[in-house]
Design a protein around this ligand. Structure first.
Ligand code: PLP
Length: 491
């Protein structure tokens, strides 16, 4: 029987308490350095988190977080029951690897390591710096498959006929429990409506609450999906500028005091990334209570907050039942799932949405609802969010470092403790049109903030998504950005 590799002792790790970086990031960086410098070799076993935490004098959580990140990045592999090991093939080597050759059938062997299947024809690779896309490489496919297998095995026990239009009730319960804890949303399952993507939620709100000609406050710049849902129904879009602390409330009240609804992204304004201040939250809620205006809170990516404790939702502060809360599984699981939810101020109002949902698609698909429900009930959902939060924090930090080091003279980067993209204002030495052309030629996927403007145009700025891109792709992406800048500098 092959001998188990010995657990090695790690020397030379020094963590600075109250340093500039959190302890887990310091540990992650030092371990990664040891792997890259080959102090730690492929196949070597790392100390158990308990013993490393004791020797470093930090909590075990710190060590686990650092290990998890390195596993996610492909430097380490965890083997259930036997420990954590340096990966046989490191991500840096993969980048320089020769193209894989299909093994001949004769070489097929049950002991062979698992190979990821080639992307099927039609699967598109996302290009840096596409915004709003989760890291699908790190989706827990195996767990998802196991959950799916269990659901299929028990399928006959579920209602496969017409289910409740408002959603599979245990899923509504799981969503309500999650939102109460993680987002401080005040809700019961009866207020939750499962929808086929937040886009459908926007259509339902439009169909159930708005009439042609009604006025809706829209953040400007803002989310085009909302603009199109309201605009398509003949609603009057009232463009409200966005300040550093969110929607310009005074402007909105002055110009559109008779609005029927306000569409807002308070946790992380789309696309500028700011947070609606506490003072404005209070003022917005009291205006809604006084004027009878509805507020649609789109909380699309609030799970990804990298500093401090999570922000509470606006809905949780609403005492007058004026806020409709919208959340999605697109960012925390995957967009192709097409599942999201609305939380209505009361069960009676949720019931009123039944008619509109009936007309749109009768109900969201039951298989997907069953799977997400299981995924949540078994704890995989929260674990996945926690892992992705760590991964995205790393990626965001790397992007900040790269942009500041290589483009600091040309981009003014807006630092943000949350979200899935960063905003950079372009220096007036850059010809923005030329820059956009160069970026397209180099196959960069760059969004200009003004693409999201309704009426108030802003100086040139871009949004750089970071969540879907490895270290390597972020590095090469920023190198390409620097090239685009060089090629588009005004004389
Ligand atoms: C502001 C905003 N709301 C909602 C969504 C998610 O929409 P859906 O649930 O339809 O995928 C997005 C996706 O990009 C978004 O940017």
């Amino acid at each position: 029987m092959a001998k188990e590799p010995l657990e090695i002792q790690l020397a030379g790790i020094r963590l600075v308490k109250k340093g500039a970086l959190p302890l887990y990031q310091q540990l992650y960086g030092q371990l990664r350095g040891m792997i890259v410098r080959q102090q730690l070799r492929p196949g070597e076993r790392l100390p158990a988190s308990r013993s490393l935490s004791q020797s470093l004098g930090v909590s075990r959580i710190i060590v686990n977080q650092a290990y998890e990140l390195l596993v996610m990045e492909g430097y380490l592999v965890g083997k259930t029951g036997s420990g954590t090991f340096v990966a046989a093939v490191l991500p840096d080597q993969l980048l320089h690897a020769a193209p894989a050759v299909n093994p001949s059938p004769a070489a097929g062997n049950k002991q062979e390591p698992l190979r990821l299947p080639a992307k099927p024809a039609g699967a598109t690779a996302v290009q840096p710096f596409l915004i709003g896309t989760p890291s699908l490489d790190f989706f827990p496919y195996k767990i998802w498959q196991q959950v799916g297998n269990r659901v299929l095995k028990e399928l006959r026990q579920f209602n496969l006929g017409y289910e409740d239009t408002l959603g599979y009730f245990p899923l509504r319960k799981a969503i309500a429990a999650y939102l109460r804890l993680s987002r401080a949303v005040h809700c019961e399952a009866e207020q939750v409506v499962v929808v086929t993507g937040s886009q459908q939620g926007l259509n339902l709100v439009t169909a159930s609450l708005l009439q042609q000609g009604d006025k809706v406050w829209m953040e400007d710049p803002g989310f085009p999906g909302a603009r199109d849902a309201f605009g398509g129904a003949g609603v009057q879009l009232c463009a409200v500028p966005v300040e550093k602390d969110g929607l310009d409330l005074a402007y909105a009240r002055r110009h559109f005091s008779d609005a029927k609804l306000a569409y807002v992204t308070p946790s992380h304004q789309f696309p500028l990334g700011c947070t609606l201040s506490q003072a404005k939250r209070k003022a917005l809620l009291s205006w809604a209570a006084k004027s009878g205006m509805w507020i649609l809170e789109d909380d699309y990516d609030s799970e990804f907050r990298y500093e401090g404790s999570p922000l509470a939702s606006l809905q949780g502060q609403d005492e007058h039942g004026k806020v409709i809360y919208s959340g999605t599984f697109s960012k925390v699981l995957f967009p192709g799932l097409r599942l999201a939810y609305l939380v209505l101020p009361s069960p009676a109002m949720a019931d009123r949405f039944r008619q509109a949902k009936n007309l749109l698609d009768r109900q969201s698909p039951i298989m997907e609802q069953l799977m997400v429900c299981r995924f949540m009930e078994e704890g995989h959902f929260l674990r996945h969010i926690r892992k992705m939060r760590l991964l995205y924090a790393e990626r965001q930090q790397l992007l900040v470092q790269l942009v500041q080091a290589q483009l600091g003279d040309y981009f003014r980067l807006v630092l943000s403790p949350s979200g899935m993209h960063l905003v950079c204002w372009l220096s007036d030495r850059i010809d923005a049109t030329r820059f956009a052309q160069e970026a397209r030629a180099l196959q960069l996927d760059i969004s200009f903030i003004n693409e999201y403007s309704l009426q108030h145009t802003l100086p040139p700025a871009i949004a750089l998504g970071f969540t879907a891109f490895s270290r390597y792709r972020l590095k090469t992406g920023v190198e390409k950005l620097a090239l685009c800048v060089q090629r588009s500098l005004l004389a």
